[in-house]
Design a protein around this ligand. Structure first.
Ligand code: G3H
Length: 487
């Protein structure tokens, strides 16, 4: 009912990707537990959000923008006080390195402040009156209702807050389900949610998404679904809504971003950017490079340099300095990655780099696979892990065809020194994917840039500027501009 609840019900144990020695060998360390809400409890939380919105008459949706900003600022100050513990939990829960966990936290805080600035600008524009054809109008942005917000495990704080904060600050009320791997790190912020916002404005639920979310969607009480995660889950959830045409969806979904290495490339640069793009946070980024097309004439040299560059990466625990390869949080992921490797090898590819694919419990050493072809899982499936499938090509039409026939459409990176080739590729590619990177890796940032995707990769656009628009609707208050109301 919008209040903190003491939990006496069942819990789910949380295991870190960091392993400890036990008498039976290595095992993931238990680091806590979270409540497993029933359908009834999640429905109560949803009803609290519905009551706080009160069909747009609630305290929060009718509050001035300045007051809402104050609440978000108050929350952010409290969040900053919790930085140490949140960063520690990011490291322990999802195995992200200390440097990257700090980056994730700071980037989130910067995103919140940038959202506040952007909303202040928008609000200044809304306070002007426009007069056209004898009508005077104030054009504003109004909230949409109740938002169901679900973030991903790979950026459990940042990606969650890049939808949660804009949704909140625009006057919507929220039901928030933290990701399965990345739940504990939200605990230190619960108290701040409770004390900074009116009752029922933000309601956190825990448990198994596939058990509790379907009924919430079927209730028809959700106005906006925001999910950074799988395209399959998003499609299934949308279908459950009884009035899907009234549901707004802001989604960041599957991607299979390609790098295209043309024959007149700066090879060292291409290799460095490919490694960053494919293996940052062990390849667990929706923006990661997940397949590499290399011109056949330089494939062997590229693979040699790529293997050397991968060998330089430091493997270790999240808190070790300079570490970039860390244990994987999803327990099934090592087995899935092995399956992809076995399938690729059975269909004619080789693991090119030394130790590629070696696995020890939650650690998987990166594997470069060559030559990859369309019979292999890795050709189309999003591996979301440290595997680099490499495909040789003779004609640039081949990678273009790959992207045209792909169900995904997020990003591509072109590596070339030839300006004519680059410019000939830009138009065909930018009409397939939502971002074309030239001589640099695929990535989301800076956060002021639009972040979206074509086809099954996204719905709606996020960025500081776009998100506050995505979670609101343009509305206006209008009157006749007569001598009487001129005053
Ligand atoms: O997982 C998807 C993230 O939005 C990736 O963000 O490119 O900054 O790592 P990033």
């Amino acid at each position: 009912n919008g209040e903190m609840k003491t939990w006496n019900g069942p819990v789910s144990e949380v295991f870190s990707p960091v392993c400890v020695k036990t008498k039976d060998g290595l095992a993931r360390k238990r680091i806590g537990s979270y409540p497993v809400c029933t359908e009834k409890e999640s429905e109560e939380a949803l009803n609290a959000a519905v009551a706080a919105y009160d069909n747009g008459r609630g305290k929060w949706p009718t509050m001035s923008v300045a007051e809402r900003i104050k609440c978000v600022e108050d929350f952010t100050n409290k969040m900053i006080d919790k930085k140490d513990i949140v960063v520690k939990l990011i490291m322990w829960e999802i195995g992200k390195s200390y440097a990257d966990s700090i980056k994730e936290f700071d980037r989130t805080v910067e995103y919140i402040y940038a959202t506040i600035d952007s909303l202040k600008d928008l609000d200044r524009q809304s306070s002007r009156f426009e007069i056209e054809q004898g009508i005077i109008a104030q054009i504003r942005r109004s909230p949409l209702g109740v938002v169901l917000c679900m973030g991903p495990f790979n950026y459990p704080l940042n990606e969650t807050f890049t939808t949660l904060i804009p949704a909140l600050i625009m006057g919507n009320t929220l039901l928030f389900k933290p990701p399965k791997h990345g739940t504990l790190l939200h605990y230190p912020l619960l108290e701040a949610f409770q004390s900074s916002f009116p009752k029922g404005v933000i309601n956190t639920i825990y448990g198994r998404g596939n058990k509790i979310i379907p009924a919430l969607m079927e209730s028809g009480k959700i106005n906006v679904l925001t999910l950074i995660g799988s395209s399959k889950v998003a499609n299934e959830l949308k279908k459950l809504h009884p009035k899907v045409n009234r549901l707004r969806a802001i989604l960041g979904l599957d991607a299979k971003n390609a790098a295209i290495i043309t024959k007149d490339v700066d090879l060292d640069l291409a290799v460095k950017e490919t490694v960053l793009g494919s293996l940052s946070f062990n390849g667990q980024r929706c923006t990661a490079i997940k397949i590499v097309y290399v011109h056949r004439s330089l494939a062997q040299e590229f693979l040699k340099k790529l293997s050397e560059e991968v060998a330089k990466l430091k493997f270790g625990m999240p808190w070790e300095s300079g570490v970039s390869l860390t244990p994987l949080p999803e327990p099934n992921k090592p087995a899935y990655l092995q399956e992809c490797i076995t399938d690729a090898v059975a269909n004619g590819a080789k693991v090119v780099n030394e130790n590629g694919g070696q696995t020890l419990e939650s650690f998987v050493y990166p594997a470069i696979l060559y030559p990859v072809n369309d019979k292999m899982k890795l050709y189309r499936e999003e591996q979301f892990g440290p595997l680099i499938p490499v495909v040789p090509f003779d004609d640039l039409e081949e990678p273009i065809e790959y992207l045209i026939s792909s169900p995904h459409g997020q990003q591509v990176s072109i590596f070339s020194r030839n300006a004519a080739i680059i410019s000939s590729l830009i138009d065909p590619l930018v009409n397939q994917v939502s971002r074309v990177n030239i001589n640099c890796q695929c990535q989301r940032g800076p956060d002021s840039f639009p972040f979206t995707g074509r086809k099954d990769s996204a719905e709606g656009t996020l960025s500081v500027f776009d998100a506050i628009r995505s979670f609101s609707i343009r509305s206006l208050v209008a009157a006749k501009y007569t001598d009487d109301n001129k005053k």
